[in-house]
Design a protein around this ligand. Structure first.
Ligand code: GLC
Length: 786
């Protein structure tokens, strides 16, 4: 069953009915102000940090779902009716409520028609300024004059989101919210946030005839957002909040003749003074200003997406690469795993491993920001080479340590950044450590490697530490070893060897290569189970992910990473990937392991606490699936790679949205595996490494256009039936218009390559003077056929 469709021309996903299986949201704002808005107006906002500067409240895991939000109620006293423009929270019967929601790039527009009143509210966050704008278009499509009451509604958070949802004996006595000439000011001061001087303002373009700032007054006792007393009565109480729960609600009286249209603009934002708030309200509630800000947002996104676009024979690939996957990559890069509909924005900051991986998906478009992000991350590394597990955006200070993989991802992001930009000088940039002192980035990277090589267990593999990429293998004991970290270490050491070679540090290069080969040898000696690689050894030396185990016999990631890290001859790599296909592949994607743990094994960790088929316990982890895609392209098995890629692609879920449940325009963290009664259902949408890795699998490996130190490599691995495809890619200041032709119906192998008509040997487009544009023609087939 479908709930909507992709409007490719407008780069929007159009939701055609509001009762989606879960709230289907959008992220607004790219800089410091972030607003999440669902297809029924639910959601919240924060400024810079979802934990320490939360503007609007959200009640997670609540019934009724997805409350509160940014609501506009319309009340018609004469008809004794009221409804809300976003369907929620009043929820009128769908037989009488016409509805459409368009999630676009940086904006969301919810249109409705009820009782002969058409409404469309467009929410967005302008490029500059810490605020959000709602443009409301109204039209009386009936024949009668209508006298309406219009109410806005937001519920403020008391800034510090942890206290706001836990320490009620304190926080319910601090609110200070009032209206001054039609602008509502949330002046609450949350004292422990020392030096906190922010206030929030909420204003509207038209004259208000009433307001409310106290939730209890507006909603009334034993009621909810569905039937606020004020809306039902058609009045406002002009309440101020001094303590209690602050809200912002304006009341406007509108008289609309037949066919009459009206446009209202609401502005909600944060600032330091009331004066500032008044100025910004007056500036942005001007309809022309608001509309031009909206155009700006659209233009900015188009500019962003222009860095890479594809025209292929597969519509899904085009929709994802040109719009939705690229959009999600930018969103995950911005907010890491900190605030979503599934992460409350209070416990998880910018993940060290997550953010390093997120860099890859936006390297080509916002490389300057990636550079800064790498600096922020390296600043959260310790002198010894390991790092904090995460840091908080407002303070940039980290917490939690002890994971065995975090620090190694820094090598991947920094190396990829250098390949994309050619900025080798970055390696000489001095960056402080979290525990004092500083070093060049190159030394930071080297120390990351050294740290792992200095913590080796009895089998010669890296110690597991608290956990590795799999957060839930977190109780394996102090002597436990991770095969997968060994593979990651091989991969990054090989990268470091190449990087060192590239900058003429020959001795380092040889040393790093030697270390990688030694680790590779060890893995093959101790971790090959006969048909696949095991996942780890617990502290007592018992294997995890082995045919000898009764549960969790085979894990996905040590197989795909064996290929990614190139640790064995082709035959062995093919063997383990064939086992992935045999034991882990399902109609909805590849499971992380099989069979699932049915009981909790204290020597393994939290993994066994998940229901079989969910999350890391045999779920179809969308973050790990693209590694299998990449592995298959490295093995030259294009059809398999493409099949895996398509199987978990959001677009694939559009027609089974009732099974999939989460948004079908973005990846979710996981899809329930075969052993779950909810097989096929996805959870934890939006902020997930799935975004970046699927983007990388598709663009670097299937389309095969990836940055290398010397230029842009073109080595596709596409389905044989494709006639070819075209990619426009900006790279180091130059535009490459690349046309790939596949006359012999092969998967890859470059037969000929020309740049502006001139033949080039090999498959790397050389670096050219910035500013120009080049026509590249590539014919596939020939001696390197795959
Ligand atoms: C989540 C975490 C990520 C972790 C993965 C597997 O996606 O954000 O850091 O690697 O789960 O446990």
């Amino acid at each position: 069953m479908r709930y909507g469709y992709f409007d490719e021309k407008n780069k929007e996903y159009v939701i055609t009915r509001p009762d989606t299986p879960t709230p289907w949201i959008n992220y607004l704002g790219l800089e410091e102000y972030c607003a999440m808005v669902s297809n029924t107006g639910g959601g919240y906002s924060f400024h810079k940090d979802p934990r320490d500067k939360r503007i609007l409240r959200y009640r997670y895991n609540n019934i009724p779902v997805d409350r509160p939000g940014r609501y506009i109620y319309i009340g018609d006293k004469e008809a004794d009716e009221f409804w809300s423009c976003s369907w929620q929270p009043v929820i009128k019967p769908l037989s009488r409520f016409k509805y459409e929601c368009r999630h676009g790039l940086g904006y969301t527009k919810i249109s409705a028609e009820y009782n002969k009143i058409k409404s469309a509210v467009t929410y967005f966050v302008p490029e500059k300024g810490s605020l959000e704008i709602w443009i409301l278009d109204l039209k009386n499509v009936g024949k009668k004059i209508r006298r309406l009451n219009l109410f806005s509604y937001v519920e403020f958070c008391l800034w510090q989101a942890v206290a706001d949802s836990t320490d009620f004996q304190y926080t319910l006595n601090i609110a200070n919210c009032l209206s001054e000439n039609g602008i509502i000011f949330h002046l609450t001061n949350y004292y422990p946030a020392a030096g906190f001087s922010s206030l929030a303002y909420f204003g509207v373009s038209h004259k208000v005839c009433g307001f409310d700032c106290d939730r209890e007054k507006f909603i009334g006792p034993y009621r909810s957002e569905s039937n606020p007393l004020a809306v039902e009565k058609g009045c406002s109480f002009n309440s101020r909040a001094l303590g209690g729960n602050p809200i912002g609600s304006h009341r406007l009286r509108l008289t609309m003749g037949p066919n009459q249209e009206m446009h209202l603009v609401f502005v909600l934002g944060v600032g330091e003074t009331r004066e500032e708030g008044k100025e910004l309200v007056s500036k942005f509630t001007d309809l022309q200003v608001a509309l031009s800000e909206l155009d700006n947002i659209k233009a900015n996104w188009r500019h962003y997406l222009d860095y890479l676009s594809v025209k292929s024979p597969d519509r899904d690939v085009d929709v994802l690469i040109n719009t939705w996957n690229a959009y999600q990559c930018r969103t995950t890069f911005n907010w890491s795993r900190s605030a979503s509909y599934y992460e409350a924005g209070i416990g998880r900051g910018m993940g060290f491993r997550d953010s390093n991986q997120d860099c890859l998906g936006v390297l080509h478009s916002v490389s300057e920001r990636v550079r800064q992000r790498i600096i922020d991350l390296a600043t959260n590394q310790f002198k010894e080479g390991n790092s904090y597990h995460q840091y908080f955006p407002l303070t940039k200070k980290g917490d939690k340590t002890g994971y065995s993989d975090d620090h190694l991802w820094l090598i991947l992001s920094a190396d990829s950044y250098i390949k994309e930009t050619g900025d080798v000088d970055f390696l000489d940039e001095r960056i402080p450590y979290a525990d004092g002192g500083s070093d060049t980035l190159y030394i930071h990277l080297k120390k990351a490697m050294d740290y792992s090589f200095s913590r080796i267990g009895s089998h010669g593999l890296p110690l597991m530490g608290y956990a590795d990429w799999n957060d839930c293998l977190n109780n394996m004991g102090p002597g436990a070893e991770s095969v997968w970290v060994g593979q990651l270490l091989c991969l990054v050491s090989k990268q470091m060897a190449k990087l060192a070679g590239f900058i003429n540090r020959k001795d380092d290069s040889l040393a790093f290569e030697g270390l990688a080969l030694k680790m590779q040898e060890t893995i093959n000696k101790v971790a090959w189970d006969g048909n696949w690689y095991i996942r780890a050894f617990d502290t007592k030396g018992r294997p995890v992910g082995s045919s000898k185990c009764s549960e969790g016999k085979i894990y996905l990631i040590p197989q795909s990473w064996a290929v990614l890290a190139g640790i064995a001859p082709q035959e062995r790599l093919v063997r383990c990937m064939d086992m992935v296909a045999r034991h882990l592949d399902t109609k909805y994607g590849i499971m992380l392991l099989s069979p699932p743990y049915k009981t909790f094994d204290p020597h393994i960790g939290a993994i066994g606490t998940f229901a079989p088929g969910l999350k890391e316990n045999s779920g179809i982890f969308c973050h790990a699936n693209p590694w299998a895609v990449i592995a298959e392209t490295i093995l030259g098995r294009a059809e398999k790679a493409f099949y895996y890629y398509k199987n978990i692609a959001p677009t694939t879920h559009n027609k089974i949205a009732d099974v999939h449940k989460t948004e079908v325009y973005v990846y979710s963290q996981f899809i329930a595996g075969r052993d779950s009664p909810e097989f096929g259902m996805a959870r934890n949408s939006w902020l997930t490494g799935s975004a970046t890795w699927n983007f990388i699998a598709a663009t670097w490996y299937i389309l095969g256009i990836r940055p290398v130190y010397q230029g842009l490599q073109v080595s596709p691995c596409i389905p044989k039936e494709w006639n070819g495809f075209r990619v426009k890619r900006k790279f180091r200041g130059t535009i490459y218009d690349i046309e790939i032709m596949n006359p012999n119906k092969v998967s890859g192998g470059v037969r000929s390559l020309t740049v502006d008509g001139k033949r080039i040997e090999g498959s790397v487009l050389p670096i050219s003077e910035p500013g120009g544009s080049h026509q590249v023609k590539v014919v596939l087939g020939g001696i390197n056929d795959i």
